[in-house]
Design a protein around this ligand. Structure first.
Ligand code: HNI
Length: 147
């Protein structure tokens, strides 16, 4: 069971407060698909992913980026039971979508980079520490069904 200090809870909440899902979600997923092109294999039904421009202009990628961030929102609202919250999503990603769980961390890193570039100096080291802990718990919960 993961313990959260009041400071961590507040810092994570502050990150969510500045996140515009409609902007950050698409940017984070685009970055993941561009920087780690093998992650494109799961999105064969999304149409044109031919190059970075095509990925960034693809409305299905954008929409899915927003869906993923709404998925993260569930963890924020259930900080004390992230594992339970993601039990079904973990089954979906492993058994139905066959997503390699390493990709959860790759996506998380892209998300952190997009947030850091948006927040600039406001993304302090303390905030990064709390945020990365949060994402690590999310990644572990999503990967739980694979172990
Ligand atoms: Ni993911 C669908 C949440 C990472 C590939 N994913 C979803 C859905 C949510 C979600 C929510 C919609 C489920 C539903 O329809 O019931 N995904 C998350 C979260 C993370 C994540 C919270 C990480 C933080 N997903 C990833 C990664 C990949 C991925 C890293 C692949 C590289 N996800 C998918 C695919 C689908 C999906 C593929 C189905 C998309 C579709 O619409 O067909």
């Amino acid at each position: 069971m993961v313990e959260w200090t009041d400071d961590e809870r507040s810092l994570i909440q502050q990150v969510f407060d500045i996140i515009d899902y409609n902007e950050i979600g698409p940017k984070a997923l685009c970055r993941c698909l561009i920087v780690y092109p093998w992650t494109q294999r799961y999105f064969g039904g999304f149409g044109n992913l031919y190059n970075a421009e095509a990925i960034m202009a693809n409305p299905m990628v954008g929409a899915h980026g927003i869906t993923v961030l709404h998925g993260l929102d569930r963890a924020l609202k259930n900080m004390d039971d992230i594992k339970g919250t993601y039990a079904e999503l973990s089954v979906l990603h492993s058994e139905k979508l066959h997503v390699d769980p390493d990709n959860f961390r790759l996506f998380s890193d892209c998300l952190t980079i997009v947030i850091a570039s948006k927040m600039g100096k406001d993304f302090t080291a303390d905030m990064q520490a709390a945020w990365q802990k949060f994402l690590a718990v999310v990644v572990s919960a999503l990967g739980r069904q694979y172990h």
